[in-house]
Design a protein. Structure first.
Length: 497
């Protein structure tokens, strides 16, 4: 996977800086609270939401277990419909493939549908290095690109910007990228949207090459699906002569019937809508579909691994590959709300990024080793996930891997990871706890000693523990342990003797 965001430190440092940005926190608080309140209403309309959630989980788990078979079926279906399938083991290979395909057309401009996969591999930067200009057409992605910024949210990449900031970006930068912003542009949503529409329309009409990702790929027919709210994606998918789609191998579903589940859960969990305003589906090329008049004349599908097979090998961590990129976990996360997406140093911020990025990229870097700790483990992310990813379970699993080391799969090979630096005290504490819990007599003695000395306990922890207790109160030790209380009040038998 491509490197972390340029200049981004580990999460604790980045988050410490972000929480002191009052404008950022205000933008995030307003946006996330608004989105999650709307989502709650949209989900409450369905009496079978729990069943849909379970169905989505089972479909994804079944597909991941048989991914090899379904990927081969997908390739056969896409090829039969006139498309060409390419396999990319990592970001560098995917970038080389896409760059060569664009160069083969003779074009030096491409229009892009919003795509997490292309951000993951750094495609825009790779194309720019080859002299090819890639224009983002999603409104939020356009704001990020014009502002020379980075996305901070899966669904709303410019969530950290307010309307005044967006107006200033449009007025200052649009002229450098194409049609300038209208004179006297204000920060009203209608005027900002119209400025973006006028700016992008000339790019849509001129572009010969489009680049997209996909929300889903249907193995039985070779159909790709993109859901969106603005219509820019449909323009990119239908107007250009050549379409190149870069899609992670986990985005596959076996059949059309499976889409029924996700086309109900994804819009409600992401935009709080009953259905997406634009659901675009295409199968191969127009020539491959007996000469139909819409869609690309040339279609290339680049299937991206980039750490996904390694993630699949982890029995606990593989559930992260169920993710349908709805972003519901970000909108309920108290850590994301205060730190923002940039602090995660990845195109996948928030709770899902905290478990996905360290698996795709490995935990060798300081920032990836810090991400599993970017959580309070409150469990709100699991409660809202439409495919029931137990994010807290994976976070704890990855914390153990970082602190203790152990077996893992990297680049298709089984390796033994060394414990990360800076976790010696944590390892010692966990080993001491393990010993105490496996020796009931010692545990009971320690509990009694803690109760009898409770008046002398400090309010804050010393040494490294000071960072933890500086932002939270230490729990008071009760006057007696539960076992002693039970023995005293119920005459229970001490099972430890």
């Amino acid at each position: 996977m491509s490197g972390t965001f340029v200049g981004m430190p580990a999460f604790p440092v980045a988050a410490h800086e972000a929480v002191h940005n009052s404008t950022l926190r205000g933008n995030l608080r307003h946006a996330t609270h608004t989105i999650r309140a709307k989502r709650e209403k949209a989900v409450a309309e369905l009496s079978d939401w729990a069943a849909l959630r379970e169905a989505g989980k089972r479909i994804k788990d079944h597909t991941l277990r048989h991914l090899d078979r379904y990927l081969v079926q997908l390739e056969e279906s896409v090829t039969a419909a006139g498309g060409v399938v390419h396999w990319a083991a990592d970001a560098d290979e995917a970038n080389r493939i896409v760059t060569a395909l664009v160069k083969a057309t003779g074009e030096t401009e491409v229009v892009k549908v919003k795509s997490m996969a292309t951000q993951e591999i750094g495609l825009n930067e790779a194309l720019e290095a080859a002299g090819i200009h890639a224009y983002e057409t999603d409104l939020a992605e356009l704001i990020v690109q014009l502002g020379k910024d980075r996305p901070s949210h899966i669904l709303v990449p410019a969530i950290h910007r307010n309307r005044g900031e967006i107006r200033d970006i449009f007025a200052r930068e649009m002229g450098e990228w194409g049609r300038p912003a209208p004179e006297g542009l204000t920060d009203t949503p209608a005027e900002l949207a119209e400025a973006a529409r006028l700016h992008l329309r000339e790019k849509f009409l001129r572009a010969k090459v489009g680049i997209s990702g996909a929300n889903f790929m249907v193995a039985e027919t070779g159909t790709l699906v993109v859901v969106e709210s603005e219509g820019n994606g449909r323009m990119c998918l239908t107007l250009p002569e050549t379409l190149i789609s870069v899609v992670g191998i986990e985005k596959i579903v076996p059949s059309w019937r499976d889409l029924e589940v996700f086309l109900q859960t994804l819009p409600r969990s992401s935009t709080a809508e009953r259905m997406n305003p634009y659901t675009s589906m295409w199968t191969g090329t127009r020539d491959g579909r007996a000469g139909e008049g819409d869609g690309p004349g040339t279609f290339h599908l680049v299937l991206l691994d980039n750490g996904r097979t390694d993630t699949l090998a982890d029995e606990v961590g593989r559930q992260a590959l169920r993710c349908i990129r709805c972003s519901a976990c970000l909108n309920v996360c108290p850590v994301y709300e205060r730190a923002g997406g940039h602090a995660y140093g990845s195109v996948y911020p928030g709770p899902i990024g905290a478990i996905l990025s360290p698996q795709l990229r490995g935990t060798g870097s300081e920032i990836d080793a810090s991400l599993p700790y970017a959580s309070s483990l409150c469990g709100a992310c699991y409660e809202v996930c439409p495919v029931a990813i137990d994010i807290p379970e994976v976070l704890v699993h990855l914390r153990e891997r970082i602190a203790e080391g152990g077996p893992a799969t990297r680049d298709g090979n089984r390796v033994v990871l060394k414990p990360a630096k800076g976790h010696a005290a944590e390892r010692a504490a966990m080993r001491a706890a393990r010993w105490a819990f496996s020796h009931p007599g010692a545990l009971r003695g320690g509990q009694r000693l803690a109760s009898r000395t409770r008046r002398f306990h400090p309010r804050t922890l010393p040494g490294p523990g000071r960072a933890w207790s500086a932002t939270r109160d230490l729990p008071e030790v009760p006057a007696e342990s539960f076992r002693d209380w039970w023995q005293r009040t119920r005459g229970g038998k001490d099972v430890t003797k």
